[in-house]
Design a protein. Structure first.
Ligand code: HEC
Ligand code: HEC
Length: 423
């Protein structure tokens, strides 16, 4: 009795369950037939995802590097210090000649890089970007974003942390002369990070920021034409034979003479509030703090590695497999360990691209600096390079030294045409 009574009921339940499953099935089929359907049900895609996830995992690429910044600093970013650094980054007072700021070459509109294939420094026309005209440097301005994570700075890696870690000053920071190994010694509490040390350099560069006023007759005849008498005179070299430290002191004199800056520095440095002069490490700490706010590593490949499977298209995923797999780009454009997921092993390589730059002086043509270059970090193209079809971006192509070759003639014609020579 009990049985006969229960059977029909169970049949209905079974049928009901099947109908329910069948309906789900129909809905699923309809969903996957729609163009907006996710790719998760596609066998090839899930195989591609499985392979790529394993390849990224094996290569120790996590996509998390941006989030590690404050742990690496050992503290939170100080927004007030960063804001002071922002003011300094955009202030032409940092250059004795008075017409160029960090942002003149590292422009926010260009990822804190440049549209010019070779940087234009002092005696510029006051414009940033494609219409900038003025004295050429000999190299392109790289991007400042993410440089917080670079253990070696500059095209040839000549500013570096011997510890291999830009956040670790236990072995000091090494620069070429005159700073050498002594200016930023181990465990200096005022120069904790490589970027603090780097910020000591740009204002000392004559062609970048300091200008040539007062140098006629002191460097060499080829340079005399650049002394146009404008701006603050560049002080003579110190006993070491170098001007870097005298120039830094001259820049500090300016800042110490400005009540507004003394007040701003005083808010952050109690010694300044108590009357002590602003020193260059304070300048460097503020600028570096601003640069720490310019850390961005959220390209599709980063998001994908963090688990967002639809952050990349299928062709991008296949490109990534080539990049991390049989293309072995990752051998140089490294992500693991001390490369901090920056797509560079920070080693020097000669990949057969000569650097061609204007020679110093009007009408002298170009010079070739051949030599190994630091592996580019692919920041222009954190995602583009992964697609392996990076050639559709003019800026991207221009980011290598190869670009100098293409544009060196125009660079030469337009560059080094100093204001004194044209007016
Ligand atoms: C005249 C243009 C110019 C100005 C002004 C300038 N830079 Fe640069 N910057 C460059 C160039 C060019 C390089 C690469 C030079 C080299 O490798 O020899 C560079 C390199 C750098 C790097 C290293 C990037 C890397 O990929 O290794 C950082 C960081 C940087 N500059 C920050 C600054 C700061 C901070 C200031 C202001 C205090 C500044 N720059 C002023 C042109 C400029
Ligand atoms: C032997 C080391 C090495 C290998 C392997 C390598 N690269 Fe590079 N790559 C470099 C160096 C060094 C540069 C910088 C060249 C220069 O500035 O002149 C560079 C530059 C680049 C740039 C230009 C980046 C920019 O900012 O303009 C791209 C893109 C690039 N590589 C992609 C790749 C891809 C894709 C592969 C694999 C197919 C690859 N690289 C393999 C060393 C390497």
């Amino acid at each position: 009795m009990k049985f006969s009574h229960r059977y029909p009921l169970r049949k209905w339940r079974v049928l009901g369950t099947h109908l329910f499953l069948a309906t789900l099935g129909v809905i699923a089929v309809v969903i996957t037939m729609h163009p907006w359907a996710g790719q998760a049900d596609d066998g090839d895609t899930s195989r591609l995802d499985r392979t790529l996830v394993n390849v990224l995992r094996a290569g120790r690429f996590t996509g998390e590097v941006e989030a590690t910044l404050e742990a690496r600093l050992g503290r939170r970013i100080d927004p007030r210090l960063a804001d002071l650094g922002r003011l300094l980054f955009f202030d032409t007072a940092v250059g004795l000649y008075g017409d160029n700021a960090c942002a003149g070459c590292h422009s926010p509109a260009r990822g804190f890089g440049d549209t010019q294939s070779i940087a234009i420094g002092v005696q510029n026309n006051g414009i940033v970007g494609p219409n900038r005209v003025g004295a050429r440097n000999q190299r392109r301005s790289p991007l400042v974003i993410n440089t917080a994570f670079y253990p070696k700075l500059m095209w040839n890696g000549r500013f570096f942390a011997p510890s291999g870690d830009p956040f670790d000053n236990s072995q000091g920071f090494t620069f070429p002369q005159p700073e050498g190994t002594t200016q930023f010694p181990p465990n200096d509490p005022t120069v904790e990070y490589l970027l603090v040390a780097q910020a000591h350099i740009p204002s000392t560069e004559l062609v970048e920021m300091a200008g040539f006023t007062g140098t006629a007759g002191t460097i060499g005849p080829r340079f005399d034409q650049f002394d146009d008498g404008d701006g603050t005179p560049v002080p003579p070299p110190a006993a070491s034979g170098f001007r870097n430290e005298p120039i830094r002191q001259a820049v500090l004199e300016r800042f110490n003479a400005m009540p507004e800056y003394r007040k701003l520095f005083g808010k952050l440095f109690p010694e300044v509030r108590a009357g002590a002069p602003i020193d260059f490490s304070m300048f460097g700490r503020a600028v570096a703090e601003f640069e720490f706010t310019l850390v961005r590593a959220n390209a599709p490949i980063d998001r994908y590695a963090r688990g967002e499977r639809n952050a990349m298209t299928e062709s991008q995923k296949r490109g990534a497999l080539v990049f991390f797999g049989k293309g072995n780009c990752v051998a140089c454009h490294a992500v693991a360990g001390k490369s901090n997921e920056m797509f560079s092993n920070f080693e020097m390589h000669n990949i057969g691209v000569p650097q061609i730059a204007p020679a110093v002086g009007v009408g002298l043509g170009n010079v070739i600096f051949d030599g190994p270059v630091r592996t580019r970090t692919l920041d222009w193209s954190r995602s583009l390079a992964i697609r392996l079809i990076a050639t559709n971006s003019a800026d991207h192509r221009c980011a290598t030294w190869r670009c100098n070759r293409r544009s060196s003639t125009t660079a030469h014609l337009r560059g080094w045409k100093m204001r004194s020579a044209t007016t």
